[in-house]
Design a protein around this ligand. Structure first.
Ligand code: EPZ
Length: 417
């Protein structure tokens, strides 16, 4: 397995165009199954999770080919209805194929999905949604079987689950009658999925709000979508600038999608300016950040759980104590022991992390335990004194397209060996 060698201490300067969003392209890839004609996905990021989704599509009989940054998917000949455990365990998003398979094929046989170790990752809301839409869903000995085309109906989510909302939208787009999703997740990636389904001839409305309506009985055709900028990669990059100091211009991401993160950094003493598709961000090297009020993760538009780790790494050297409350996942502090190895002063109290700022972190040998935790360790290493050896880069490659290239373009010194 390769290792990232990160020399800390250099300020970050320059401009960078943010990659397409992993959490947008993955449900879109599953949705390609709904169309009997080709789909063109522009600004598609090159990620191992995207490779895993392509592998599932090809396994089901679809063809996929890269044309530069475009990925063209043709599911016209797709006929498979089963996904084996190896492919299901490759990532959490494999469960996103359940809804499209039920809608297109009228049946699906899957096992439980994999993904980052953030604590239990149940899929009860996904299965309840499809049952509410008329599918017969059974679970037995680790296998999930879904029989019967979806009729449509009312899906009321106990929690605004991103994945369950997306599965219900994807299934509803191929259902015979209308579907209404109540207490839907409101993330920008949900709005993009609505845009995608409508590009295929669907009629979906309400995304971005808590009630989404999906018209049934609509024949779907081919189409195109351009994947929106990844707000979590943007938050990670800005966390790196906050940690190391410097001044950057981010392009290709909507500042409103990470406004809670920007507000936090402004309160911490960074300078932020934004315009459509651009964010200017500065943290003067001679002016350390200052701690901010308690940060609690929440469903969008609250503070994103995916930004908790990288932002925490940036506040490890702020003056004062910053408290992070993780409300979404029960085990999302895997990066804390590794940050302590680098000299961070963090104490855990249940789902809370008390981050007492220290003057500077130092390089160390650390390992990523999950995707965003890996991003956090890279952020910490950029501001640390000396060299950090970062292992577990396979976690990072799931969601960051060439993380070292992104930071090196801005003046960092990261080598992968
Ligand atoms: C999506 O995961 C994202 N992944 C996650 O990003 C993100 O952290 C999460 O949404 C929250 O924003 C993708 O989009 C591929 P949820 P998802 O369903 O859909 C519970 C990253 O780093 N729940 O909104 O799995 C669940 O346990 C990843 O890019 C159930 O109880 O998140 C969690 O506590 C990590 N039953 C909460 O809801 C269910 O059936 C939020 O989960 C589903 C979820």
């Amino acid at each position: 397995m390769s290792v990232m060698y990160i020399q800390g201490g250099a300020p970050l300067e320059g401009a960078w165009r943010v990659q397409g969003a992993k959490n947008s392209v993955l449900p879109v890839l599953a949705g390609c199954l709904l169309s009997p004609q080709p789909v063109v996905i522009r600004n598609c990021p090159r990620l191992s999770d995207v490779d895993a989704a392509v592998d599932i599509l090809q396994h089901l009989g679809a063809s996929c080919r890269w044309e530069g940054e475009k990925l063209v998917v043709d599911a016209g000949q797709a006929s498979g209805t089963a996904i084996d455990e190896g492919r299901m365990r490759a990532m959490r998003s494999s469960i996103m194929f359940l809804g499209p398979l039920a809608a297109r094929m009228g049946e699906a046989t899957l096992t439980y999905p994999g993904g980052c170790e953030l604590g239990p990752r149940p899929i009860d809301l996904h299965l309840e949604a499809l049952r509410a839409m008329g599918c017969q869903v059974e679970e037995q000995d680790g296998t999930i079987t879904c029989r019967g085309r979806p009729r449509g109906g009312v899906v009321t989510l106990k929690f605004p689950s991103v994945g369950a909302t997306e599965n219900a939208m994807l299934c509803g787009a191929g259902a015979a009658e209308d579907t209404t999703i109540v207490n839907a997740a409101r993330e920008p990636e949900i709005v993009q999925l609505q845009q995608f389904l409508n590009a295929l001839g669907g009629e979906v409305t309400g995304a971005g709000g808590s009630v989404i309506t999906v018209r049934g009985g609509r024949p779907l055709h081919g189409g195109a979508i351009s994947i929106l900028g990844d707000r979590i990669v943007a938050a990670t990059l800005l966390s790196g600038v906050a940690a190391a100091g410097g001044e950057v211009e981010l392009q290709g991401v909507d500042w409103r999608h990470l406004s809670t993160v920007l507000q936090l950094f402004e309160q911490g003493g960074c300078r932020v300016r934004s315009a459509p598709g651009r964010i200017w961000f500065c943290r003067r090297e001679d002016v350390p950040m200052k701690s901010v009020g308690p940060v609690a993760t929440a469903p969008y538009p609250g503070f994103p759980t995916d930004a908790q780790a990288p932002v925490m790494a940036a506040f490890a050297t702020a003056r004062g104590t910053t408290i992070f409350q993780e409300t979404m996942f029960s085990r999302r502090f895997g990066h804390v022991p590794e940050l302590r190895e680098m000299g961070a002063d963090i104490s855990l109290h249940g789902q809370g992390a008390w981050v007492r700022g220290v003057k500077r972190l130092h390089g160390a040998q650390v390992s990523a335990t999950d995707l965003r935790g890996g991003g956090a360790l890279a952020v910490a290493a950029l501001g640390a004194q000396g060299e950090t050896q970062l292992r577990g880069v396979e976690h990072i490659d799931r969601g960051y397209e060439h993380l070292e290239e992104m930071f090196n373009r801005l003046g960092a010194q990261i080598q992968r060996r």
